[in-house]
Design a protein around this ligand. Structure first.
Ligand code: HEC
Ligand code: HEC
Length: 511
């Protein structure tokens, strides 16, 4: 079925599905329910939000939350934003482009989301002009300013292995005398998608010192507990724990000047640690959470599963979808869709292709190329992140694979993101496939580690609620799930059939 039909049908059918679901949203399925900073009211223990492909469910394991006065929902700093501004329940605790555009129209650009500090291409641009926010309005990107050179790591100073030049600066921020690389506070501005602030027990957790074997390094510790952490949050793993992350988020996004109190930090971390989000209804597949359905689906199942070892050899990451081929009492449309999802699961998990020239994957003794699957990199159960610290250069940022324009992803003439030239010093270990001169839109982990081998490496984000939060990849370069599948097909020369592409897309859309 073509993409357009599915979206249109989705809108018509999603309401019907949701009316049958536990909590009813009396609104068109593609109008997003926006929770503004400082809202009064209750976020119930369980809630369904409509979206174009069906509905997204939230489960609050700690029970209903009174949003008034709760630090995740209250503006804490001077710009009127709360954490919820960029982590919306309807968008699986991320932020969809659909919601961003809806807020722009609804508030005439006055929503605190559009604060120029990082909701504009650069803080020095006129606030009211849409053009100043083009990366947010067209790709869902927030400016992330990273100090250069890197801060000391575990107390040890970092001597960067490379120099950075700005080759193209379409947002003006990297060459700006106040905000740029040559300013008094040298800063590299990269543009990234908000990530999912839910299901975090599967993403951020304590590990042993050498969990990151693949990277031949010791994991970072949480300064508050001294424990080694999984290093799978943020695109560059710069924050070891949810606590340090909340401190930085308040300072950088919300312009909080005073340190947050322990009580506030405890409440924020407790809230995001007990929140689960996943798709619960599909416009074609029907309920994703019915009795006897696949165990991976829905936020309740996520809450109830223990964080087991993910593994890409024997144990299916998202449990079994066998019961979906076929189940009694379904309509033909449901049955077609469910069979497609079950096949898509196998495409993800079993269908091999040649993974090649990927730093931190094809460099760990398993060969280049190696004949493996999507699950080789996305190997952690229930969320599809990496069991090891998850930064990998799969080509989303570094040339030659990175897409440069959103409207015409393969065009080389329209440029929206900055382009940097990285020159690694002679004594540095080079990037394994790109050598010592690398062109990149976001140096990723290398901005934190200072290492040449890390240039362009990005931490895999979790797979939950994907249908509720397009676009994808940390730079928003895949407009839809189909677009993401096409990226991989092209990047690794997979040669998926049209059927396999649709099945894989459908599989990703029910998680
Ligand atoms: C202006 C938008 C904005 C606000 C406000 C905001 N965030 Fe975020 N959040 C982001 C972006 C962008 C990222 C990804 C940054 C990166 O990858 O470098 C992110 C990442 C995260 C992550 C990492 C999830 C993962 O799996 O990687 C968590 C957790 C999080 N935010 C929690 C919070 C909390 C708690 C607050 C409030 C104290 C908050 N955020 C406020 C935009 C925002
Ligand atoms: C060589 C390792 C590797 C392989 C193989 C791989 N991925 Fe990824 N994947 C990544 C990395 C790294 C990211 C993060 C990239 C970014 O955000 O820029 C990612 C991100 C994703 C995301 C998250 C999108 C988001 O924005 O939240 C999805 C979904 C995904 N991949 C699906 C797949 C599928 C489907 C396949 C098989 C066709 C696959 N991946 C194969 C490394 C891999």
């Amino acid at each position: 079925m073509d993409k357009l039909n599915r979206a249109v049908l989705g809108r018509v059918l999603a309401l019907g599905v949701l009316l049958a679901a536990e909590s009813v949203q009396a609104q068109p399925a593609d109008a997003r329910e926006w929770i503004a900073a400082g809202t009064a009211g209750t976020l119930p223990a369980e809630k369904t939000f409509g979206n174009a492909l069906g509905g997204l469910g939230i489960v609050n394991a700690g029970g209903a939350v009174d949003m008034k006065g709760h630090p995740f929902f209250e503006p804490l700093g001077s710009n009127g934003r709360a954490c919820v501004t960029c982590h919306q329940p309807a968008d699986s605790m991320g932020l969809s482009l659909a919601s961003i555009r809806q807020q722009w129209v609804a508030t005439g650009g006055r929503d605190p989301l559009f604060d120029p500090i990082d909701g504009a291409n650069c803080p020095n641009l006129p606030r009211d002009a849409a053009a100043s926010h083009s990366l947010l309005l067209e790709r869902g990107l927030i400016r992330v300013g990273i100090a250069w050179p890197p801060k000391p790591r575990n107390g040890v100073p970092i001597e960067p292995e490379f120099s950075i030049e700005v080759v193209r600066d379409p947002t003006g921020c990297n060459t700006d005398p106040v905000y740029g690389l040559d300013s008094d506070k040298p800063t590299v501005s990269v543009y990234r998608r908000p990530r999912v602030a839910a299901n975090l027990k599967y993403v951020s957790y304590e590990v042993g010192a050498f969990n990151a074997k693949r990277l031949a390094m010791v994991n970072d510790r949480d300064p508050f507990t001294g424990k080694y952490m999984s290093m799978n949050i943020m695109s560059d793993a710069r924050e070891p724990s949810l606590r340090t992350q909340a401190i930085s988020a308040a300072r950088d996004h919300m312009q909080v000047r005073e340190p947050l109190t322990d009580e506030v930090l405890d409440r924020i971390v407790a809230f995001e640690s007990q929140l689960y989000a996943a798709q619960v209804a599909d416009s074609h597949g029907g309920s994703l959470v019915e009795q006897g359905g696949p165990l991976a689906l829905g936020p309740r199942n996520l809450q109830q599963q223990e964080r087991g070892l993910g593994d890409n050899f024997g144990v299916p990451l998202f449990r079994s979808f066998e019961m979906w081929r076929p189940a009694p009492g379904e309509t033909q449309m449901q049955r077609d869709f469910r069979e497609s999802v079950a096949r898509g699961h196998d495409v993800f998990f079993i269908r091999p292709f040649y993974i090649s020239d990927t730093a931190h994957i094809n460099t760990v003794g398993m060969g280049n190329p190696m004949k493996r699957t999507c699950a080789t990199c996305h190997n952690s159960s229930m969320v599809g992140t990496d069991l090891s610290a998850g930064w990998v250069d799969v080509g989303t940022n570094n040339l030659p694979y990175a897409r440069q324009s959103f409207e015409n992803p393969w065009s080389d003439t329209r440029h929206e993101l900055p382009l940097f030239k990285i020159t690694c010093h002679d004594e540095a270990r080079p990037h394994p496939f790109l050598g010592r001169v690398i062109y990149t839109q976001d140096p990723g982990r290398a901005l934190i580690s200072g290492r040449c081998v890390d240039v362009g490496s990005i931490v895999m984000g979790q797979f939950r609620g994907l249908a509720a939060r397009a676009p994808y990849f940390s730079n928003g370069s895949a407009a839809s799930l189909r677009d993401l599948v096409d990226f991989y097909d092209r990047r690794f020369n997979i040669g998926y059939s049209e059927q396999e592409k649709q099945d894989l897309t459908n599989f990703l859309s029910v998680l």
